[in-house]
Design a protein around this ligand. Structure first.
Ligand SMILES: [Zn+2]
Length: 435
């Protein structure tokens, strides 16, 4: 048998060492020592080979717009929304496409090959929607781009948001979004959850709402989202993004809420980089950390995927399309430092987020699409620790990005060496990493 591509000696995320054979854009064999002809044989020995990174929460219409028309001086969510409102009328179709494609280049270079992006539908021109539909088409050979119809200024608070949401879905946007905590009242927020879930149910679509992105412990729209998910039979197709109010909620209430979320199979998408910088801005000290209760949700069997949310936009002045930064921050803020927990943080920017997005062709298994990333790390935890260099990115069986390993050479007298900061975990501890 002959293959298009053969990867030799890679370390899989579960710690096994195997060769991976690719033909016609799919993984056709994973086994030790595959001996066969291949169009290209790539030596990846000692390096981690993982399915690609997945970002389940992003804003591609706003990315790389930092500084336009000015900078967010308070650092708050609300000033960010106001600033985006100032930028919106100045957007052009071409400029949105150009920024989005530039970002997709960054993503491809970082092995980030699936992105769920919210797209603001509150501009009557639907300019960003049309631009991102075009981008979705242009990047389809290397990035799975999923679009969420997002009424940024409120389904009821913004005059045409409701109609525009429907128009966006008619144009081919994939997922129904919302922002209940930004509506004028709690009652409006609740009603928006109900109406948007009904729209999704009628159209057979998934739902992903910005939900309770606030420090107000009384912001409980996630409760309504879980309720409507169950009532409308949307189990497994709904996600609540951010859920930061849960950080501040009463513990007794949360003890009732989490089983309801689990029962409705609603997934959670925290955005650690953004939650840690935007929340708690009205606090003195102690200052709340503003991320939702990740370990507690995982313990209940709730699916959790970490999102990046923002890169260089009205809400966040940093970001680099590196989902390992996101996992690193999430791990720290959630205090997930046991081997199993650290490993889970890697999964939350790869397999778990792919599952939440419903990506059927994703995964490191025979028959799945050959989308892979090779990392300069010995295992997933080391990848998170080092925010490891991407050595190779493969999309649909084709190498779309590559670079050589380049350790730093130190020239200190008596200590000359190539330094890559890799670390061999002692055997007894290593066995725990292979769970
Ligand atoms: Zn967001």
């Amino acid at each position: 048998m002959s293959f298009d591509t053969l990867l030799k000696g890679g370390v899989l995320p579960d710690g096994t060492i195997a060769d991976i054979a690719i033909a016609n854009g799919s993984i056709v064999a994973i086994a030790p020592d595959i001996e066969a002809e291949a169009g290209e044989t790539l030596d990846v020995s000692g390096n981690l080979v993982s399915p690609p990174f997945v970002d389940p929460h992003f804003h591609m219409d706003a990315t790389l717009s930092y500084g336009q028309p000015r900078i967010n001086s308070s650092g708050t969510l609300l000033e960010g929304i106001a600033l985006w409102g100032e930028l919106k009328p100045l957007l052009t179709h071409e400029a949105v496409i150009e920024r989005a494609l530039a970002y997709c280049d960054w993503a491809a270079s970082m092995g980030l090959l699936a992105i769920r992006t919210h797209v603001d539908v509150c501009d009557d021109r639907l300019l960003a929607v049309e631009a991102l539909l075009e981008v979705r088409k242009q990047v389809a050979d290397y990035i799975d781009l999923q679009l969420v119809a997002f009424p940024q200024d409120g389904l009821y608070r913004s005059p045409n948001a409701r109609e525009n949401t429907i128009r966006a879905l008619d144009l081919g946007v994939d997922v129904v979004g919302g922002i209940p905590h930004f509506e004028r009242t709690m009652a409006d927020g609740r009603a928006s959850v109900t109406e948007l879930c009904e729209i999704a149910a009628k159209r057979g679509l998934m739902v992903d709402m910005h939900c309770d992105e606030t420090d107000d412990p009384m912001s409980r729209h996630i409760e309504q989202l879980a309720y409507e998910t169950q009532r409308l039979g949307l189990q497994g197709r709904v996600a609540g993004s951010h859920l930061t109010s849960m950080h501040s909620m009463d513990n007794y209430y949360v003890s009732k809420l989490l089983p309801l979320i689990a029962e409705a199979q609603v997934a959670a998408i925290p955005n650690p980089l953004i939650n840690i910088t935007i929340q708690g801005r009205h606090d003195t000290y102690p200052k709340r950390r503003g991320m939702t209760r990740v370990p507690e949700m995982l313990a209940q069997g709730i699916k959790v995927g970490f999102g990046q949310d923002c890169v260089l936009d009205p809400w966040y002045p940093l970001g680099s399309a590196d989902m390992l930064d996101v996992a690193f921050m999430g791990l720290h803020v959630a205090q997930m430092t046991s081997p199993a927990d650290m490993r889970r943080c890697f999964d939350m920017v790869t397999t778990e987020s792919a599952d939440i997005m419903g990506l059927k062709d994703y995964g490191l298994a025979v028959g799945k699409r050959a989308d892979l990333v090779v990392l300069d790390a010995g295992n997933p935890i080391e990848a998170v620790r080092l925010r490891a260099t991407r050595l190779m990115v493969i999309a649909r069986g084709k190498v779309i990005a590559r670079r050589e390993r380049s350790p730093m050479h130190i020239a200190i007298p008596g200590r000359e060496a190539a330094i890559d900061r890799r670390f061999e975990v002692p055997k007894a501890a290593a066995s725990k990493l292979r769970q």
